[in-house]
Design a protein around this ligand. Structure first.
Ligand code: AMP
Ligand code: GLY
Length: 430
């Protein structure tokens, strides 16, 4: 079948890599793709084709799909989902995987998600949602300023401000609601109490009727070792994460996933896609910090290294609402992904720097290098983004996977490259 994949980051490279392993895929287009995606081939040796169409360019994407009739379209990033790409493709009779515009609000509107959790008794932080700065400040004051101020809308992952004092919370509310630092995304805010604990990522594949919980994983969002430095898109992941036992995971299913799905059905929200709750494991139990309505990046990289089930089969079962019939199989091995970032990321950084050593890294057993910010400059691979590569390894144990991933990182060079040295380290303590 012919498949169209939307997006061009590390997550999409992992999705493309897994999709072309399916004997069912004989043509894969990726819009816009990246330097690594362009190097993949289908089982029949057909090269993956990257298209010069941006992931947010809905009219051009729909035009391409109408002309070329992919039998399946898969959406990676949040933005096209929030813009309603699924609704648009369906209007044209095209088969597409991902939540529709209404369901994508779980990520696109933090106010929607927070109010939904309140309506359905899903454990979350003590929180309020506000249209006006004065009311928001009064609530932040009740929390003694120890709170997290979140702009309602999508803000490139930057609209979340952690505050430790009343002064900081007032400044944060002003910057979002009065100075409008994140534009219309700050028309409303969510204010949550600041929670302490270990953060884990959940992934729940859902067809609107059945929800399948993936194994646990953990991201490392801060730029520097020891969770210091600025927030990033994610500097590295691993799976499984040992902080939730099998029983605790079952409990999360009962307290988070079941009421979420029941709530969606009761409200007529048809969620067909991936729900990715960010969870804080607090002393009082797991609390949902946020919902995303897509695969995590770089969580996808470790999940797809471990997934045994054909990904096309999974997407199709989701679209056809047959998830209840599916068995999802995972490799027992652990996977670790270490992100190699441009020097200076998440601040400003240089681009177009040549990259070497990827072949040597991939010659190592169990290693796959997923590209995020790379492109081809003539026949040279160069950097083109903040997160450049996700060097991912599978191993018998988490320690083995981690050692292999870091050994592979050693082989890859580009000027100014930066990695965190402590990916998965906490999971290996004691
Ligand atoms: P979000 O986009 O809502 O997940 O927030 C981004 C990051 O901010 C999360 O991954 C957490 O590290 C942190 N964060 C969000 N909400 C809270 C909270 N209520 N307490 C502590 N940290 C939080
Ligand atoms: N892993 C962070 C994100 O995908 O938002």
């Amino acid at each position: 079948m012919k498949v169209l994949l939307i997006g061009g980051g590390g997550r999409e490279h992992a999705l493309a890599w897994k999709l072309v392993q399916s004997a069912r895929v004989d043509k894969l287009w990726v819009a816009p793709g990246n330097g690594g995606i362009a190097g993949e081939t289908t089982v029949n040796g057909e090269p993956v084709e990257c298209l010069p169409i941006g992931a947010d360019d809905l009219p051009e994407l729909a035009k391409f799909a109408r002309e070329h009739q992919p039998e399946l379209t898969v959406v990676g990033p949040d933005n096209p989902l929030a813009m309603g790409i699924v609704d648009l493709f369906k209007e044209h009779g095209l088969r597409i995987w991902g939540p529709n515009k209404e369901a994508a609000q779980f990520e696109a509107s933090k106010v929607f998600a927070q109010d939904f959790m309140a309506r359905h008794g899903i454990p979350t932080a003590k929180a309020g949602t506000f249209d006006f700065a004065t009311a928001a400040k009064a609530f932040a004051m009740e929390l003694n300023g120890r709170c997290v101020v979140k702009a309602d809308g999508l803000a490139l992952g930057k609209g979340v401000l952690i505050c430790k004092s009343v002064e900081e919370s007032e400044a944060a509310i002003d910057s979002v609601m009065i100075d409008r630092e994140f534009g219309d995304a700050g028309n409303q805010v969510v204010i949550q109490e600041f929670l302490e604990g270990v953060e884990v990522s959940l992934h729940v594949l859902c067809d609107g009727r059945t929800a399948i919980l993936f194994p646990t994983s953990q991201d490392h969002k801060r730029a520097l070792d020891g969770d210091k430095g600025l927030n990033t898109g994610g500097m590295g992941t691993y799976s499984p994460a040992p902080f939730l036992s099998e029983e605790e995971l079952q409990a999360v299913t009962r307290t988070v996933v079941d009421p979420w799905l029941t709530g969606c059905r009761a409200e007529g929200i048809d969620f067909c896609g991936m729900l990715y709750p960010g969870l804080m494991l607090t002393a009082d139990g797991p609390r949902v910090l946020e919902f995303n309505a897509r695969w995590g990046d770089p969580e996808t990289q470790v999940y797809l290294m471990r997934l045994e089930t054909d990904l096309v089969d999974l997407f199709e079962a989701c679209i056809d609402r047959r998830l209840a019939e599916m068995d999802v199989h995972w490799k027992p091995e652990a996977a670790v992904c270490v992100v190699m970032a441009s020097g200076g990321y998440p601040g400003s950084y240089e681009k177009s720097l040549p990259i070497s050593g990827i072949e040597e890294a991939e010659a190592m057993e169990g290693v796959k290098v997923f590209h995020a910010g790379t492109e081809m400059d003539d026949d040279k691979l160069v950097t083109s983004g903040g997160r450049v590569l996700g060097v991912t390894a599978l191993g018998e144990t988490l320690l083995a996977a981690r050692n292999t991933a870091y050994a592979a990182v050693e082989k890859i060079k580009f000027e100014g490259s930066h990695v965190r040295g402590d990916i998965a380290a906490k999971a290996l303590e004691d």
